[in-house]
Design a protein around this ligand. Structure first.
Ligand code: C5P
Length: 406
C-alpha cells in the first residue's frame, strides 16, 4: 500500500509568475498530482511568455485562470471563492515584481487579487536574478512578507539562466514538495505554532569590494538545527551567513553577509518563542572598508584597523521582558578549556542554554560531519556523546520541544 503523505487530498492554488523558471512548475504540478494534491493554477500575464496555459491546464486537469474580469461573471467561480477554495496558495516562481505587489497589497490582476482576498496560508518560491534578489528593495519586501506570515521556499544558490551565480534559483521540485509537506505537518508536531529563529554560518566582513574577513564555519550544524526544528512543526526563520549548505526544507531562509546584516535580519524576524544562535559571527570588522580595491603600492602593507561587531546573542538575550524570546540558546566554539570558557560565556551573554564544542583543529569539527557537545544551563550540564551534526540537531530540537511542552 502506498504511504499517504501529509499532502494527500490537499488543494493548492498555484500562482505562476512570469520568470524563466516558470517551466519548472509543469514538473511540480505532475509531482504534486502524484502525491494526491488537487492543483488549480492562476498564471500572470507575464507567465504566458514562458509556459502556455494549455500545458498547465493539461496537467492540472482544470481551467487555468488569468483574467480578473473573466471571474466577475458569477456564473464562473468568483476570485474570492477561487482563493478560499484551497488549503494553501503557492506562488512559484515568485518574481521580484510579484512580491513587491504582494507587499503593497495591490490587486491589479487576478494573481494579486487572489493573494489579497485569501484567508489561507501563502508560501512563495522566489526565482530571480541574483542582483535583483540582493537588491535592498527585494530584501525589504522579503522581510515584510516574512513578518506578514508568508512562508519562503528557497531560493537556491547556483548557476542562473542569466549566466550569473548566486542565490535566486527556484528551489528544486522535491524541495518545494518537502516544504509543503512540512507546512502541513506543522499542525501536528510538538513545536506547532512556535516561531524559532536560528542563525547559522560564518559572516563575511568586507575589507574592500573584493576582499573580506571570514572564518571556517560551514553552516552544517546551524542549518541542520533549523531543519530538525521544522520537522517538529516549528515555523523556522534561518538567518544564514554565506554557506554552501542547501536551504533546509520548510524553513524561511534570510541570506545575509555581515554581522550587522545578521543582527538586523534577526531583529526583523522577531518576535520569536526561541532563538538558537549557531552562527560563527565575526567578532570584528574592518573599521572603514575601502570603497575601491586596495592596491599594492610603495607605501608598504596596509594596516587594517578593526572595530567590534554587535553581539547578536547577547543583544537578544538582554532584550527587555516581553520582547525577549522565552528560550535563548548560544553556541561556544572553543579550542581549549571548553567547559570553563563556556560557563563564563553562559553568564556573560545571559542566554538560557549554551552548547559548547571543541573546535580545535584536532577535533575536525569545523567543516566536518561529527560534533561532541556539552549543553550548559543554569541547572547543570549535559555531556552528549560524539554524534553526527544531524543527530546533534535532532537531539537539540527535541530538547527545545520538551522545554516548550513540559
Ligand atoms: O563569544 P563567542 O563568539 O564565542 O560566542 C559564541 C556565541 O555567540 C554563538 O552562539 C554565536 O552565534 C554568538 N555570537 C553572536 N554575535 C557575535 C558573536 C557571537 O551572536 N558577534
Amino acid at each position: 500500500m502506498t504511504k499517504l503523505t501529509p499532502l494527500h487530498g490537499k488543494r493548492i492554488l498555484l500562482i505562476i509568475g512570469g520568470g524563466i523558471a516558470a517551466y519548472k512548475t509543469l514538473e511540480l504540478i505532475r509531482r504534486l498530482a502524484d502525491k494526491g494534491v488537487r492543483v488549480r493554477a492562476i498564471m500572470t500575464k507575464a507567465a504566458h511568455e514562458f509556459v502556455t496555459p494549455l500545458s498547465v491546464s493539461s496537467l492540472t486537469g482544470e481551467k487555468v485562470y488569468t483574467d480578473l474580469f473573466d471571474l466577475t461573471d458569477e456564473a464562473e467561480m468568483g476570485h474570492i471563492q477561487l482563493s478560499r477554495d484551497a488549503d494553501l496558495l503557492l506562488v512559484a516562481p515568485a518574481t521580484a515584481d510579484l512580491m513587491a505587489r504582494m507587499v503593497a497589497g495591490m490587486a491589479n490582476d487576478l494573481a494579486t487579487t487572489a493573494l489579497l482576498a485569501t484567508d489561507k496560508p501563502v508560501m512563495v518560491a522566489p526565482a530571480m536574478n541574483v542582483r535583483m534578489w540582493e537588491h535592498k528593495s527585494t530584501q525589504r519586501n522579503i522581510a515584510q512578507l516574512t513578518q506578514d506570515g508568508v512562508g519562503f521556499i528557497g531560493p537556491d544558490d547556483g548557476d542562473m539562466a542569466c549566466g550569473e551565480f548566486g542565490p535566486g534559483r527556484l528551489s528544486e521540485t522535491p524541495d518545494i514538495i518537502a516544504a509543503l509537506e512540512n507546512h502541513f505537518n506543522t499542525s501536528t508536531g510538538p513545536l506547532a505554532g512556535r516561531h524559532i529563529l536560528v542563525t547559522s554560518g560564518p559572516t563575511h566582513e568586507p575589507i574592500d569590494p573584493v576582499r573580506y574577513l571570514a572564518n571556517r564555519s560551514s553552516g552544517k550544524q546551524g542549518h541542520a538545527i533549523a531543519g530538525s526544528l521544522a520537522s517538529l512543526g516549528a515555523q523556522v526563520t534561518l538567518v544564514a551567513g554565506p554557506t554552501a549548505q542547501p536551504n533546509p526544507s520548510g524553513v524561511t531562509v534570510v541570506p545575509v553577509e555581515t554581522a550587522r546584516q545578521m543582527l538586523a535580519a534577526c531583529q526583523t524576524a522577531l518576535p520569536a518563542d526561541g532563538v538558537i544562535c549557531a552562527a560563527a559571527v565575526a567578532d570584528w570588522r574592518v573599521a572603514q572598508d575601502a570603497e575601491q580595491k586596495m592596491k599594492k603600492g610603495p607605501d608598504g602593507v596596509p594596516a587594517l584597523a578593526l572595530t567590534e561587531n554587535p553581539d547578536i546573542l547577547a543583544t537578544i538575550s538582554q532584550l527587555p521582558q516581553g520582547q525577549r524570546p522565552a528560550l535563548v540558546v548560544g553556541f561556544a566554539a572553543e579550542t581549549e578549556k571548553v567547559i570553563e570558557h563556556a560557563t563564563a560565556k553562559l553568564a556573560r551573554k545571559k542566554c538560557d542554554w549554551l552548547v559548547a564544542n571543541d573546535v580545535s583543529p584536532e577535533s575536525g569539527v569545523m567543516g566536518g560531519d561529527m560534533n561532541t557537545v556539552h549543553v550548559l544551563s543554569a541547572t547543570g550540564r549535559d555531556d552528549w556523546p560524539q554524534l553526527s551534526k544531524t543527530e546533534v540537531a535532532d537531539r537539540l530540537a527535541r530538547k527545545v520541544a520538551d522545554y516548550f511542552t513540559s
